[in-house]
Design a protein around this ligand. Structure first.
Ligand SMILES: CC(C)(COP(=O)(O)OP(=O)(O)OC[C@H]1O[C@@H](n2cnc3c(N)ncnc32)[C@H](O)[C@@H]1OP(=O)(O)O)[C@@H](O)C(=O)NCCC(=O)NCCS
Length: 170
């Protein structure tokens, strides 16, 4: 996957990056370790976008590529008999001291550009009801919203950005 120059502060990191341990500490601080470590058979690949300021990681977004539908133990969604792919965002956070400066939006925009480049049909994430800033950001960016009740959480939602118009016709 190549670095797309959407925003110069957003970089694509792999685990041998010299500041990877600083990133892991930020992820732990924001209590998202399990979302960064989760691996499932249906993930085709996993990618970490990092917002960098003064060489330090200040935000992150992890997405995986998968066929649409398979995580719900059902056949994949197809178009003309070809399975459609989606980028699913599993972890997303910005250091508290750096919030409300557009870094979250820049991470989402970069993820959208990468997903389109990889031929994905959509980019999708789930956000629990308590993440008000995340809901605001997604709605402000024009994501479609699909409210869903999960256990005690009655205000969570899936947010979906369609990409087909952005990706090359297969
Ligand atoms: C969600 C998050 C990543 C956004 O990062 P960010 O860099 O602050 O995002 P941006 O600056 O691009 O946008 C934030 C938007 O939310 C708004 N906002 C901030 N706090 C808010 C709140 N409590 N309620 C509603 N909107 C809020 C800001 O005004 C801004 O909107 P605007 O551009 O229309 O003014 C960050 O808040 C975060 O890390 N939250 C904790 C972790 C989390 O919820 N992760 C997502 C679920 S996994």
């Amino acid at each position: 996957l190549k670095d797309l120059a959407i925003n110069p502060m957003i970089e694509l990191w792999i685990e041998d990056h010299p500041r990877w341990n600083d990133l892991i500490r930020l992820i732990e601080k924001l209590d998202q370790t399990r979302w960064v470590e989760s691996r499932y058979d249906w993930h085709q690949s996993s990618h970490m976008l990092v917002a960098v300021e003064d060489e330090q990681p200040v935000g992150f977004l992890r997405f995986v590529i998968q066929e649409i539908g398979v995580e719900d133990d059902r056949p994949s969604v197809t178009l003309d008999d070809k399975p459609l792919l989606e980028a699913k965002v599993l972890a997303f956070g910005v250091h508290e001291d750096y919030r409300n400066r557009g870094i979250g939006r820049a991470l989402q925009e970069s993820a959208i550009a990468h997903a389109a480049e990889m031929g994905c049909y959509q980019l999708r994430s789930h956000s629990s009801g308590s993440n008000r800033a995340n809901h605001h950001l997604k709605l402000q960016m024009g994501f479609a919203v699909m409210p869903i009740i999960r256990g005690e959480d009655r205000e969570g939602a899936y947010f979906i950005m369609p990409l087909k118009r952005l990706s090359a016709k297969a």
